[in-house]
Design a protein around this ligand. Structure first.
Ligand SMILES: [Zn+2]
Length: 273
């Protein structure tokens, strides 16, 4: 029995089906119909995608699954990187003036453009294709009794409340249920989830949900240890303060088994240098 009740099964099922069979619910359809016409300057998308809104939307479902993107997320995918950079830089120049700077002085001349490029990098997770990330990396497991732990995956993310960086490490432990995933894919999954506007609590849950959706493991835990610049550079200004979050799910019907698995995770985790 699968007890992962926090997961959106509708979207999960849609993701598992071939893209052409994906049904579009009315809410998503109306969202798509409000979009501006899509240009064809997107390397990630074929002509077929761009001519067929349902096809395009099906490709976008990965991002929707993490959290509902703004309408502009679609626009971002249908616009060139140069166009986006110029638009963001235009507004950044205004912000520089508003804070009391002179954007025409030498040191700041290229700053709006540099900032725009950096911002697009910090949020590139919005354009990553999760299916492509995971593709061909699922294998049959040889044992469904042993725990697999990947410790201290570095990540950089942006706090959605202050647009300030938060960064640290993520560790993942799971007990397979017939399937395993290539170990390097965990770092890719963390990257897709963290390179967007986030809060630490949701970042862990997003990573957990992707693992559940693709592996349906018997047990999975995701811990994140992070430093938030909005805490250390402003507000209370407590240097070195770390925030630790943990999310954990299992298919065990007996709660004691879940607790035992979690204990095993922390014993192994603490024993690894
Ligand atoms: Zn913040």
């Amino acid at each position: 029995m699968n007890i992962y009740n926090t997961f959106d099964a509708t979207i999960a099922n849609e993701m598992k089906e071939p893209s052409s069979n994906i049904s579009v619910n009315s809410e998503s359809s109306s969202k798509l119909s409000t979009l501006t016409p899509l240009s064809k300057n997107v390397s990630n998308f074929s002509d077929e995608d761009l001519n067929d809104p349902n096809h395009l939307l099906s490709k976008m479902m990965q991002n929707i699954k993490l959290h509902e993107p703004a309408k502009n997320s679609y626009k971002r995918l249908s616009t060139t990187q140069d166009d986006l950079t110029n638009k963001i830089a235009y507004h950044m120049k205004e912000i520089l003036e508003l804070i009391g700077e002179d954007p025409s002085r030498e040191g700041l001349l290229d700053t709006p453009k540099r900032y725009a490029k950096a911002m697009l990098h910090y949020t590139k997770g919005y354009t990553d294709d999760l299916k492509e990330v995971i593709n061909n990396a699922l294998f049959e497991s040889e044992s469904d009794e042993d725990m697999i732990i990947v410790k201290n995956i570095n990540f950089h993310s942006s706090c959605e409340h202050h647009l300030a960086p938060f960064f640290g490490t993520c560790s993942i432990g799971y007990i397979p249920n017939g399937k395993i995933i290539g170990l390097s894919k965990f770092a890719r999954i963390v990257e897709v989830c963290s390179r967007r506007l986030q809060v630490q609590e949701r970042l862990g849950r997003d990573i957990l949900n992707i693992i559940i959706d693709n592996l349906n493991p018997k047990f999975v835990v995701v811990t994140i240890e992070a430093e938030h610049m909005c805490m250390t550079a402003r507000g209370v200004q407590k240097q070195g303060t770390k925030t630790i979050t943990k999310v954990c799910e299992s298919t065990f019907e007996d709660k004691r088994e879940k607790k035992e698995a979690l204990n095993e995770f922390f014993v192994l985790y603490n024993s690894m240098k």
